[in-house]
Design a protein around this ligand. Sequence first.
Ligand code: SF4
Ligand code: SF3
Length: 544
Amino acid sequence: MFCFQCQETAGCTGCTQVGVCGKKPEVAAMQDLLVYATKGISAVAQQLRKEGKKVDRAVNHMVTTNLFTTITNANFDKDVIVERIVATLKKKAELLAQVQEKEGLPEAAKWTADRADFPQKAASASVGVLATANEDIRSLRELITYGLKGLSAYTKHANALLQDNEEIDAFIQSALAKVLDDSVGADELVALTLETGKYGVDGMALLDKANTSAYGNPEITKVNIGVGNRPGILVSGHDLRDIEMLLKQTEGTGVDVYTHSEMLPAHYYPAFKKYPHFIGNYGNAWWKQKEEFESFNGPILMTTNCIVPPKDSYKDRLYTTGAAGFPGCKHISGGVGEEKDFSAIIEHAKRCAPPVELEHGEIVGGFAHNQVLALADTVVSAVKSGAIKKFVVMAGCDGRAKSRNYYTDFAKALPKDTVILTAGCAKYKYNKLNLGDIGGVPRVLDAGQCNDSYSLAVIALKLKEVFGLDDINDLPIVYNIAWYEQKAVIVLLALLYLGVKNIHLGPTLPAFLSANVAKVLVDKFGIAGITTVEEDMNLFFGDA
Ligand code: SF4
Ligand code: SF3
């Protein structure tokens, strides 16, 4: 196996024996083959579009779900991945039969095989990251592919709320076809990287529209981090449609519902506040789940990444749904527009003890674009009076590396006249520090999930307008982003597309950036890593 798609990749170069995430080589092989098959069907779909034929929605959803399935910590179930390859090949054959001009199609578009031959194909030279020999081309192709994986995840969540954008799907498929195409050189791939960022903005906007039109605009909310005295179900991941269905189905059952990690922002939506059994947020970011899932006592529903391979002590309580999966854990099925049946997990919860309290008190969030813009007058006058000197965007992912304590120390060391803008699970490094407020504006403004980084961009663009600036980089905003998996890649590409410069990315730069590609990002966009808290404080605020 060779995988270097996430920040925790072995030795900061690549996982070759087994994933640091727990992904086994045979799962990695099938994920690589699924990506290959998905590029193949995308090339066919792309050709059909060129020939003026319509590609149906089921194909779009298949492509995005396939890519989502291969995101770090989403799906460890080899059998499920094999079935997705089989289904993709079947669909591809149907599409291929409609193509008139097959001549120029890549090998992946024409490949077909029985499942018995999958391991051999996966091990062949044409499949996987190392199929591209040139280091720089490989780096750009992977950077784009990982961005597309993140974009696919966000698109799938929007699809679950019956929102589709054919342009985004057509782009994903054309980009997947291009990263297979040897005639597409480095310059074109650099341009495609930025174009991926453009569609990243569109994808996050689509999801924002889907979420807010279904559930209202997030609003300032105090979220309980303690527990109740009834059994509960803990919901993790990013899919709001899933938690909506579960909240409805648990009503009046005596079972409470709690959020975990990236599901925390569900509390900020007006539509979910009407459920008295929606108790609060339990635990911290994804990587602490081994301890926290054990003490939760009740069943856990993983709607997306990030799954840590479970301990035997609670494995029978771990359920998956959507693109998430783990061998031996029960999967709750249900497609777009279907009502999922959560009765098994609800019945399971009834047999469990209530959660053990880990913490108590409250955290505050709900500062997505609509809420912040409602506070615009207060914020703008605080900036004008000098009460707020700078905003620090610290969005992104959390992770288990000790080096990530940097972000806690960095938040603590920030000058008192700074405000953190955050989104994603990175916030768990500092959202319980009680950093206080500035004239009523909390010093940590949590917009929501990683996809709600879109809100941070909307806020920045609004501030640019209010202050009459020509360039987004003239705002008093610095960017110190933490990344882990591929959703952070699409967020980064979206920010680059919007023209944001001098983003600091940590705790380490991606292993998939070759020296030359990293140099392009440094030269064109001023991307940099992090150093020590002291040095970075000096860099960001030294002249303040
Ligand atoms: Fe390694 Fe990350 Fe790939 Fe898992 S997802 S195998 S940790 S690079
Ligand atoms: Fe976290 Fe996995 Fe990325 Fe949505 S839950 S931010 S790491």
